[in-house]
Design a protein around this ligand. Sequence first.
Ligand SMILES: *Cc1c(COP(=O)(O)O)cnc(C)c1O
Length: 410
Amino acid sequence: MSSKKKQISQLLHSDPSSPIEHGSLHQPIHTSVAYGYAESRDIASVFQGKSSGYSYGRASNPTVAALERKITLLEDGISSCCFSSGMAAISATMLTLLQSGDHLISSSFLFGNTNSFFNTLTTFGIEVTFVDATDVKNIEEAIQANTKAVFVETIANPRTQVSDLANIGDLCEQKRLLYIVDNTLTTPALFQPKKVKAGLVINSLTKYIGGHGNALGGAVTETGFFDWAQYSNIYDTYKKGDVNTWGILQIRKKGLRDMGATLSAEAAHHLAIGAETLSFRIKQSSSNAMKLAQFFNGHPMINQVFYPGLANHPGHTLATDLFSNYSSLMSIELNDSIDCFDFLNKLQLVITASNLGDNRTLAIPVAHTIFYEMGAERRASMGISEGLIRLSIGIEDSEDLLNDFRLALD
Ligand SMILES: *Cc1c(COP(=O)(O)O)cnc(C)c1O
């Protein structure tokens, strides 16, 4: 039998893997911006990448590095690079690895700000094609001679479409395209995109991994799957060492160091504490979500429920095959006779708030808030109706949540 410890055990014991002052069980919050070297030659060798060490806080920090090790562990990857938010991780990755004249294929079912950012990319001469990623056929049809990468989310927010993840992975492998998967909604507790041949994995740490809604952060993880030797946008300077790490090295240098969206040590500490209980929180919130989805399904005041755990969801089989649970994000479309604001005002326990993946159950009217800026036409193309409410289910007692919704709907 293998003596390799289970992931959760490795995660909980990863900080003191090298000795920490006073036997501390947590990596301390290192606030120093600079690091002094008694032997002056050492600082040169750190700058030249010949030895590991810290030079300047924008580029690296020991508290952030401890969190990066945990994310890498969770994703079963090779290396991770953290950023000040999920959007910073996405934008730095794209701006680092794509150049003017390149083409990106993206799922059209996207987090609103990612959608907005991909539109910004087009103003820099990067072509973007948005396709329905629930079927690999649409990705295949969009491939051009200058296509460099494919970007999808596992479960899309808010309508919970499930991407055709494994088939897209096979296609990207065959066509030698960089496959980037945003794993925020599923988290590595439910799904590791490496299993479907993703080359890079994005996580917004702000959401489930942090879990407590008290810190922003994002991460990019290199899985080791993609062959960077045949990727034309890697600068010669970063073609050194293990070829599996060229991509993340370029993201770290060009994206993090040069663009500067650095995660603070304080935030990294909060997020690392959150990550310790990720698998337990996800179990409870997913179980709550399933009970609520079953309650909403067929309720006379609700037109439609979007939750991959329901057998009538178009992505149910895909989600069952790929994920160890259906996550805890769902959307409900209220009966036309109900004003969504009146309904939200009736909820006592559930909070009207943005964010998802919080320990508390949060609700938001989608068309009027997070998807407002894109306009009615693009909303309609994404299947976002005016009465759609997104629910991020928390870890409260399921009976209390059921009662809250029951009373509000009555
Ligand atoms: C929230 C979110 C992001 C962005 O993360 P921030 O930490 O808020 O910047 C990206 N992708 C998905 C799927 C998200 O839900």
